[in-house]
Design a protein around this ligand. Sequence first.
Ligand code: FEO
Ligand code: CA
Ligand code: CA
Length: 678
Amino acid sequence: MRHLPLLSNHASNRAALTCEYRCGDACFHDVPNTSANDYLGDVVRQLISRRTAMKAGAVVAFGAAAGLPAVAVADPVDRGGKAPRGLDFTPVAPNQLDAVVVPEGYQQHVVIRWGDPLFPGVPEFDFDHQTAALQERRFGFNCDFAALLPQDPLGLVNLLVTNHEYTTEPMMFRGYSADNPTEEQVRIAWAAHGLSVVMVKRTPFSGKLTPSFSRYNRRFTMTTPFEVRGPAADSDLLKTSVDPTGKRVLGTLNNCAGGVTPWGTILSGEENFNQYFGNAATRNDPRLTRYGVTGTATTRKWERFDKRFDLAQEPNEVNRFGWVVELDPNDPDSTPVKHTALGRFKHECANIRVADDGRIVAYSGDDERFEYIYKFISNGKMRKGGSKAARRHNMTLLDDGTLYVGRFTGDSPPAEIDGTGKLPSDGNFDGSGEWIPLAAGNRSFVPGMTAEEVYVFTRLAGDKVGATKMDRPEDIQAHPKTGVVYCALSNNVDRGKPGSKEGATEPNPRVLNKHGQVLELTERRGDALALTFSWNLFLVCGDPAAPDTYFAGFPKDQVSPISSPDNVAFDPHGNLWISSDSGAALNGNNDGLFGVPVSGPQRGHLKQFLTVPRGAETCGPVITERVVTVCVQHPGEVDGATADNPASHWPDGGTSQPRPSVVAVWKQGRRQPDEIGS
Ligand code: FEO
Ligand code: CA
Ligand code: CA
């Protein structure tokens, strides 16, 4: 049963409106992962407890990575007072304002809003006179991931690329009837999903970014053709009545986070695609259930207007979403790609690390409670240089390689992981892990599954090989200098809940986890291609005054509160930046953007850089020397809000409707292009 939006017992921290329209009420539904695979740590511990008396060192037999060094942590006593470069700002205090709040001495500017024209001849946005044809040529709704691709050494001209994750129809149309949306409203929603590319010009000696019309400006919507590539591209599982080749898909859905590749293209994760496909109940297919494709009518009722969204009529269309897509903003005529070799799940994102020999590695998280973290290693090597030919070659790297899933093992006794968040006696939530192969080309490593089944139903493959169930793996990205991988594990309010499959584990150490954690993962010997790793929790998020939080050992009375880490980014100095998606889970305060050093005496000194307006989520942070940008997604999306009763008037003020927008922030009065925070 789907709960109505205004019921107060919903499981997520977020507003019910956000849950329904963004994730298809993912947190209301039963956890799709009902697999019986146990946390490896528990298996190892059971075996050890049986064998310890007989044979010392039994753990080595079960954990190939056992004994790997943990990530170095700064001496907790050695705390210098000076903020590292890039983080010299006074933190913003938590608040509930209907505004973007930045530190003293910084300026801000709204770069682009939902509905702003991307092409000449498109009139200024008129909320009460929207059309699908015009929305195709305007900035989309609910911007999430963003990339800023400089076109010159000073970053005066840039291509801004953004995902438009989802639409919230009750806030887009006055008098909206969820039971009877009009065809034009549905077509506007198709046009408001997808991605945008827009040229933005930076005012010299400032971070102000102004959109301009250029030949690079582009929209990707639900009607844009995508080429399907990789080992599952011609699978029968991807063929439909409209596309008997299985290689050409119209549109991309629920694009959440993403990544910029070293060759200058954009990766974008198709996340909660399940919610758009109706009449799943007619199929009675457990493979659909495993992805949360359930029920009859969808929230948006798209199945009434195009049979491809009706599983009773077009059973395979749903298999054509849930991929990582790649697009080349530098070539406005290029066809975007869906890469099947990276597997199909609720991809939060994909981010690339280049190995010493030129092969590339992609990390991706599956954002749902108790889902997995994945790694892909290419067979081909990256070609250097920015030429179109190099980009064409490099865009094939994600089509040929091996897909792995992560298994994590803790090193502390299970009795010390008691679900409260109390640190174990070794002082760290940490341990080792391994990457388990799932498929390479047409070869499957998963018993009972063909390679094409592994790619199309990757979650089931992870179940079969005993992957570790994590607390909603969101953004994952390797540090550009150290190669240490950072993953935001947003929250999991079902962990340890009565009847739940799994309680606390060392990488997910709190039951009823409302506030999430940030994981550090170090590949063996720092080698991007390694198949074993060590890991530790860098942050255990929440109220610093609460005993269940941890900030890499930094004094907690000096850090900012944070809940539900979502996106991660790095600044040019190597500091980690984290945006949050808590839904006011900490004392009703707004979400924001935070910066934190990952090394040196200030390691763990988390500081809040900005807050976003009420109801909004902070997304897609980009941190450069001269400007910080964030996407302010779903401002005013609180329970009870509609276009007839808006809960926010950001960014235009007065009695205006809230509009998801990109914001630029920079240091005031700077006369030289310089770094953000020093
Ligand atoms: Fe769309 Fe995982 O956040
Ligand atoms: Ca430990
Ligand atoms: Ca996200």
